[in-house]
Design a protein around this ligand. Sequence first.
Ligand SMILES: Nc1ncnc2c1ncn2[C@@H]1O[C@H](COP(=O)(O)OP(=O)(O)OP(=O)(O)O)[C@@H](O)[C@H]1O
Ligand SMILES: [Mg+2]
Length: 361
Amino acid sequence: MAEIKLQEITKQFGPVEVIIHADFTIKDKEFAVILGPSGCGKSTLLRMIAGLEDISSGKIIINNRRVDTLPPKDRGCAMVFQNYALYPHMTVKGNIGYSLRIAGVPKAKREKRISETAELLGLSDLMDRKPGRLSGGQRQRVAIGRALVREPDVFLFDEPLSNLDAKLRTKMRLELRRLHDRISATTLYVTHDQVEAMTLADRIVIINRGRIEQIGTPKEIYKQPATQFVAGFIGTPQTNFFRGTIDKTVNRFTDSGGEVFDLPKEITRPLNHRDVVLGIRPEDVEMGGNTVTARVDLVEELGSHRILHCSCGSTAISVLDESEEEKQPGEPVPLGFPSGKLLFFDPETGSSIQPEKTGLV
Ligand SMILES: Nc1ncnc2c1ncn2[C@@H]1O[C@H](COP(=O)(O)OP(=O)(O)OP(=O)(O)O)[C@@H](O)[C@H]1O
Ligand SMILES: [Mg+2]
């Protein structure tokens, strides 16, 4: 049982508040990913759990035990960093076994744990090599092995794959997920890469400027973003946003540039006269619909599909186009916004507004 509970955690560096009231629980055996842009406080949060950084206020509870007052070694966490920090003069075996040796684990037991770990990570044939003669992926596996051999309650990863090339990252990502499915240790994994988060996580914790924006499964985060930030952060190309006002008498949304979008009355009625930000994902826009007409500016051909970068009045809109027809810059394209796919946000707070939840439908 290794549940991680963060209760009202804050962190200040001098006058600057870098973590603002983090309050959430990572379930036993869960693979949770902390996702957010550079500088939002991901590493700080992880380091506070590991005990490498003090908290300013709040409580951290692991395994029903308050740990924020304990030194790192007593918290039952093992951390893997971006720069693997292997001992260059030690072999793979020496690196993996180091913490056990320091902890005074008897030789026979140590040997057994080292060889089990190496086997699990596919390192058995490399035991006598030094890190300088390993590939990036192999080094990363040794770093994981060094954490794994301690049989921690909790695994903390801080961007462990960001030094690897794109292909190796994808491979290691799958390996990490498989490893988790085999050993089922509670895992907290930090990344700024949304694809990594979506593919690895049971649940994602999205942070923006020290504040938690949403916690949910990858599907929930994609389908029901709680804020405009989340809708914009998840998805490539980015979600299209238009700021404007809704008028139910003509069933229209007029954006700030004067562009007019026809919308169904079940949407315009509950949101009548409201200033809103309307969002729609490029993959949800229908070619040949009748919501609005845009003009193609640039075509990005990707083989299986293309991305059309268009303008809709003064606002840019990108559209995923899977049709056979080629499009040329300058061409007008009629677009449809399926009402079930529309996202609405409060322009001031950024919070999601769902028409069906206004109670007026
Ligand atoms: N020791 C420190 N003293 C002062 N400010 C700090 C310190 N460490 C981090 N910060 C600030 O705290 C904020 C959060 O930093 P943190 O390293 O947690 O971000 P991050 O989300 O991990 O970013 P990245 O994706 O770039 O690694 C940043 O604005 C950073 O400048
Ligand atoms: Mg970081």
